[in-house]
Design a protein around this ligand. Structure first.
Ligand code: NAD
Ligand code: DAU
Length: 332
């Protein structure tokens, strides 16, 4: 598994995975990325040029995808439109990239007999009540809520169908909410950190009681690497690090880190169809493949992430004003 094609490798989690590979393996990587608004070339800065290269292109274009797939051992498929709020204002790109793009990759790995690992999300399972004792498992029925999660559910179903119908060698992982360096400031944690750096107030959708199950992007990367090496073809693995927190708790941890009062935030317009709670049981991955997360303490990972955004203002600053204007226009 020496030559990996990593789609979406200039985005948040994909770039963290490429950094992980450079640090922990001897793999060579080609990143295939369209460089949408969510990507940044800088997230790949400093990586060894003899081991990492970037091809700018669209995963929904078979003329781009096919020769690259033919030339690599494994495809690790991160590329997607990833932000729920954007899928509520303009769902079209989500269907094109997440569904048609995954179809294009599947046809290519089928044609060339290559291995695929498909990166997906816990959101395909819908949401849980706050007091539900259950967590998502690999057996939880699909029940997506938003255009984003429905498009990811669709892509998962395509992968499963290509495994069953055509014998494609593929695995799927469904992970919970990631945090860490290089995350676009439209997302919850970096939006609030950069608001506070700017002297502004965090913005909580609704009452702020929605729960997300946070995992550091490094732990997501180590889980994917474990599945690539140990996972069984056709199987799905849930990835999570027991990091459940409600949004209010996360905002108050951020405020505390900056020495600001615990009530120094705004409640803003809630997200339409807002999922209440996600929670992952990653027992299969831990028991069958022996994986465990390194960031056992969310507070420690959050502190390091805050430090990263403080030190990398030049990376996020160019996007801040436009991102906030778009939110303000929606009352968020
Ligand atoms: P991101 O938005 O930060 O990055 C997505 C990357 O895909 C960008 O670099 C973008 O340019 C690229 N891309 C988009 N459309 C493309 C196209 N048509 N062709 C080629 N490249 C394209 O997203 P992320 O948060 O890093 O998420 C990566 C993957 O992980 C997605 O599949 C997402 O569904 C999944 N996921 C994300 C999370 C999370 O918390 N962010 C959790 C679980 C799963
Ligand atoms: O669960 C995995 C999913 O996590 C991934 O599949 C998605 O790609 C990823 O974006 C993330 O989805 P969420 O919608 O959970 O993440 P987001 O960062 O947009 O929001 C996290 C929570 O914070 C959610 O309950 C909405 C809330 N929120 C978000 C923003 C941007 C706020 O309260 N205020 C905000 O300003």
């Amino acid at each position: 598994m020496n030559r990996l094609l990593v789609t979406g490798g200039a985005g948040f989690i994909g770039s963290n995975f490429v950094h992980f590979l450079m640090e922990h393996t001897d793999a060579r990587v080609t990143v295939l990325d369209k460089l949408t608004y969510a990507a940044s070339r800088e997230s790949l800065d400093g990586l060894p040029a003899d081991r990492v290269s970037l091809v700018v292109g669209d995963i929904a274009d078979p003329d781009v995808v096919d020769p690259l797939v033919a030339d690599h051992d494994v495809v690790v498929h991160y590329a997607a439109e990833s932000h729920n709020d954007n899928s509520l204002t303009d769902p079209g790109p989500f269907i094109r990239t997440n569904v048609l793009g995954t179809f294009t990759i599947l046809e290519s790995v089928r044609r060339h007999g290559k291995r695929l690992h498909h990166i997906s999300t816990d959101e395909v399972y819908g949401d849980l009540e706050v007091d539900d004792p259950e967590r998502f498992t690999e057996a939880t029925p699909y029940n997506p809520s938003s255009p984003y999660s429905a498009s990811k559910a669709g892509s998962d179903h395509l992968v499963r169908a290509w495994v069953r119908s055509f014998g494609v060698h593929a695995t799927i992982s469904n992970c919970s909410n990631n945090y860490g360096p290089w995350q676009h400031i439209e997302k919850f944690i970096p939006r609030q950190i950069t608001n506070v750096i700017d002297g502004g107030r965090p913005k909580l959708y609704g009452a702020g009681l929605n729960v997300r199950d946070w995992i550091h992007a490094d732990d997501h990367s180590s889980a994917v690497w474990t599945i690539l090496n140990e996972g069984k073809s056709g199987q799905t693995y849930l990835i999570g690090a027991d990091g459940e927190r409600n949004n209010l708790e996360v905002v108050q941890l951020i405020l505390e880190a900056f020495g600001r009062p615990a009530d120094d935030f705004d409640h803003v317009t809630d997200r339409a169809g807002h999922d209440m709670r996600y929670a992952i049981d990653s027992g299969k991955l831990r028991t069958e493949l022996g994986w465990k997360p390194q960031y056992a303490d969310f507070g420690e990972g959050l502190t390091r992430t805050i430090a990263w955004y403080r030190e990398h203002e030049a990376w996020w600053r160019p996007h801040k004003q436009q991102t906030e204007l778009a939110y303000a226009a929606k009352g968020q």
